[in-house]
Design a protein around this ligand. Sequence first.
Ligand SMILES: Cc1cc2nc3c(=O)[nH]c(=O)nc-3n(C[C@H](O)[C@H](O)[C@H](O)COP(=O)(O)OP(=O)(O)OC[C@H]3O[C@@H](n4cnc5c(N)ncnc54)[C@H](O)[C@@H]3O)c2cc1C
Length: 384
Amino acid sequence: MVTNSSPRIAVVGAGLGGAAAAALLQQAGFKVDVYEQASEFSRLGAGIHIGPNVMKIFRRLGLEQPLEAMGSHPSHWFSRDGASGEYLSRIPLGEFARKEYGAAYITVHRGDMHAMQIEAIAPGTLHFDKRLESIDDSGDDVNLVFADGSSARADIVIGADGINSRIREELLGPERPIYSGWVAHRALITGDKLRKYNLDFEDCVKWWSEDRHMMVYYTSGKRDEYYYVTGVPHEELDFEGAFVDSSREEMFAAFEGYHDTVQALIESTDTVTKWPLKNRNPLPLWSRGRLVLLGDACHPMKPHMAQGAGMAIEDAAMLTRCLQETGLQDYQTAFELYEASRKERASRVQQVSNANTWLYTQEDPAWVYGYDVYAQEIETESVA
Ligand SMILES: Cc1cc2nc3c(=O)[nH]c(=O)nc-3n(C[C@H](O)[C@H](O)[C@H](O)COP(=O)(O)OP(=O)(O)OC[C@H]3O[C@@H](n4cnc5c(N)ncnc54)[C@H](O)[C@@H]3O)c2cc1C
């Protein structure tokens, strides 16, 4: 049990958003403890895009340079017709992104990035094996009770506990997330498997057809690991957990008629998993009393803009700014300012991401990538 009389913040969940919130709040001088249900984090087999909007936040944490060194730097996001290979869009990234959007666009191994984020949290303040079971906001403070029987008190609690958030349930009641009707297949392929093909494996390319796609990119600058993630219509699966095994056969069937490059990727696949894609309708409230939500707990989305973590990390940065502005004592105002400053953008990204139209045509992505959370006015207009 944690006992301390000075004001403190509990972050529940040390995923991509919670880890960012903890490190940013600690950097700003707040006393923060993080409670994570997992007993440790493994190197989940997946990649992630990190846009310039997010790199600007990692800059504050001193993580921009190590991520740049670790990641792949695609010159473009290409969209191509799945069957013919015809280019549908060529969105410039690389040096263009640095100049126009103020930071690099990288693709990286998700586990490597997360490990770096975890290291940025102050030693001794991240508590594993702490699955939040119940929470009691007495008005004066909050008591958190964990599955191992331990408990902790905090002045405010940030629910960064993902799509099945316990804190969201506390605010709005139990409700299962909505199955979108699509799964994502995920596979990592070692670079040496691709050398035998006389094909161009581009740095960052999305292959599209009417109802499905495959997004492909490198997870490191060394190009030793190529990653694909799909969106494919699928009947609802009945299982506990986040993913099940898929197979090369299933992939060949799902992408029959697709370009030779896609066939080569499937042929080179050793292990592939499939993840049901779930989301929720926009929430009617983001906070109540001493509890506030961020990231997937608040606005989960289909991953087709590669900005879900981006929104969670932007939330973390804006919430930190609002708490700095008001001080922890006036957390109510901070929560109102935070929601007013974040809701419109997060909802717009959620909507575009769910529609799966992002960069299909030669559109201008500046409203997403050019955004700098630190350059935004804190939205006070709609706050009384
Ligand atoms: C297939 C796929 C591809 C994606 N690709 C991208 C991409 O390229 N770019 C991008 O920006 N986003 C991407 N996303 C989205 C991104 O993964 C999520 O939006 C992001 O992880 C949300 O961060 P979060 O911190 O809110 O939640 P999470 O990262 O899910 O973290 C939640 C944490 O809370 C913990 N937790 C849950 N319940 C409890 C509890 N009761 N007590 C204690 N701890 C608890 C969990 O163990 C977990 O560690 C993708 C998602 C999917 C499914």
